[in-house]
Design a protein around this ligand. Structure first.
Ligand SMILES: Cc1cc2nc3c(=O)[nH]c(=O)nc-3n(C[C@H](O)[C@H](O)[C@H](O)COP(=O)(O)O)c2cc1C
Length: 209
């Protein structure tokens, strides 16, 4: 029997070398077959980078929450995610006077980051916090009149050695998506947290996921 979920989730995923991935491959495994979630691997679907803009826009219209999942590369995303943003979030569709197709929807980044959170501080090698580097995504959502949900972030990936280390995050990612799918989103409460990871841990006791 099909269920009516509160929110339909579209995961736009990209990893240019998935065969070498340790983290994203597990994050994907945990969520790609969940009911109410549409999973799209851009490098698999568009190996030649020829993105079907109309199809991607149709999918956007049909979902409530858009998740951009990828490894953090050069303080940003792999190239095909940028290509997808450039081509799919068209003027007159996503932004501009008559571009209201995405208004009221939500966007979230789900990223794996090589360095620790400490490295992303004023005293650390990367100086700025990850949230600062994600500003272009946050403002892209804002320009499309979407709400940017605090990102799901896996830090210090080289420190995650065993299957168990990684499954802590793939399990949490699964809980995040199920919670976003099934519950009303308390935007105000969430926006007080830098990462949705922290919000989940804060709420965990009261969330039966
Ligand atoms: C081309 C490239 C660029 C990267 N840029 C960054 C970066 O800017 N900041 C960072 O903390 N880690 C960076 N890393 C490390 C990756 O984020 C990390 O290896 C990845 O998230 C691990 O996930 P995976 O096992 O799914 O590949 C980079 C790695 C590569 C290959």
């Amino acid at each position: 029997m099909s269920r009516n979920y509160k929110n339909k989730i579209l995961v736009i995923f990209a990893h240019p070398a998935l065969e070498k991935s340790r983290i994203n491959v597990e994050l994907c495994r945990a969520i790609k077959n969940l009911d109410g979630i549409t999973f799209r691997d851009l490098y698999e679907i568009y190996p030649d980078f020829l993105i079907d803009v109309k199809e991607e826009q149709r999918l956007l219209l049909d979902h409530d929450i858009i998740v951009l999942q990828h490894p953090f590369y050069w303080y940003s995303c792999p190239a095909i995610i940028k290509e997808w943003i450039d081509l799919v979030l068209q003027y007159g569709f996503a932004y501009g006077h008559e571009g209201t197709a995405l208004a009221g929807k939500h966007m979230m980044s789900a990223i794996s980051v090589g360095a620790s959170e400490d490295a992303y501080t004023e005293n650390g090698v990367h100086y700025y916090h990850v949230r600062e580097f994600l500003r272009p995504f946050e403002r892209t959502a804002a320009l499309c009149n979407m709400n940017y949900i605090p990102p799901f972030v896996v830090h210090h990936t080289s420190d995650l050695v065993t299957v168990e280390d990684i499954s802590v995050f793939s399990d949490l990612y699964k809980k995040v998506l199920i919670s976003l799918r099934d519950k009303d989103i308390d935007i105000k409460a969430m926006n007080e947290f830098k990462y949705i990871n922290d919000y989940m841990l804060d709420q965990y006791e009261s969330w039966s996921v």
